[in-house]
Ligand binder design. Structure first.
Ligand code: MG
Ligand code: MG
Length: 259
């Protein structure tokens, strides 16, 4: 059952999303060759707690960390380690918060040092998939229109669209109805209407769409070992149109300032 949100609830969710956005901005300033995921995780947790919020993932489903940090062929759900990031990596940083009982959940894939043109293209197309999907989250459409837009753009570029993990409704719980797959058909699925709050999160692989889970029971990796990218925003449908509750502005400002 989809739980549609009131305007007041959406404003709380906007703050939850913005806390994550600011956290990712801080991570953007810190991340680079030599940075360790565990250090980034500690920085994120400290910041979220300073914002009258709590980390959204830590403790949920047994998750041990504030951030999920997925490097190269890791698609999502990578657990932070002490292994330093290195030049040429691409790194998805996924972060959740709970603020006044509501979740924020969003993610950005960072480039570490000098990244190959192939990887840059994967990141660009995955980001475009996210924005094309968001544009479809409007009155008169169905969830399948979001899914189709993402799949169509990714496959046009020859990329694999992950099937096993999907976007989702968001609210007082991290994963609510409806599921928001990154593949699907136009005009299918639930109708989009005001008060719908969802996390849209394309996970796009350079090669095969197939993924496997590592023995840690968390980390999802591509079956062929080729890199994967992941961008996520939190969306509310307001007055028939998608509004992005999260933002990459803090990330982009931080990356600009690093030069
Ligand atoms: Mg997420
Ligand atoms: Mg999510």
């Amino acid at each position: 059952m989809i739980i549609y949100k009131t305007a007041e609830e959406i404003e709380i969710m906007r703050e939850a999303a913005q806390i994550v956005s600011r956290t990712l901005g801080i991570i953007a300033a810190e991340i680079g060759p030599g940075a360790t995921p565990n250090k980034l995780d500690a920085i994120a947790e400290e910041y979220i707690l300073s914002q009258n919020a709590v980390p959204g993932f830590k403790g949920l489903y047994g998750c041990p960390s504030t951030l999920l940090i997925s490097v190269n062929e890791q698609v999502v759900h990578g657990l932070p380690t002490d292994k330093p990031l290195k030049d040429g990596d691409i790194v998805s940083v996924d972060c959740g918060s709970v603020y006044n009982g509501y979740y924020g959940d969003h993610a950005y894939t960072f480039q570490i040092g000098e990244v190959s043109d192939e990887k840059k293209r994967l990141l660009k197309v995955t980001y475009e998939c996210l924005m094309l999907g968001i544009a479809e989250a409007k009155l008169g459409n169905r969830i399948g229109d979001i899914s189709f837009a993402i799949q169509n753009h990714a496959e046009k570029h020859g990329y694999g669209v992950v099937r096993d993990l999907v976007g989702h409704g968001l609210g007082k719980t991290l994963h609510e109805d409806p599921q928001v797959p990154n593949y699907g058909r136009r005009g299918r699925g639930k109708k989009i209407q005001d008060g719908l709050t969802i996390a849209i999160e394309p996970m796009i692989n350079m090669g095969t769409e197939k993924v496997i889970q590592l023995d840690d029971n968390w980390t999802i990796v591509t079956e062929d070992g080729l890199p994967s990218a992941h961008f996520e925003h939190d969306i509310a449908v307001i007055n028939g149109k998608p509004e992005i509750l999260s933002t990459f502005d803090y990330v982009e400002d931080a990356l600009k300032n690093k030069g």
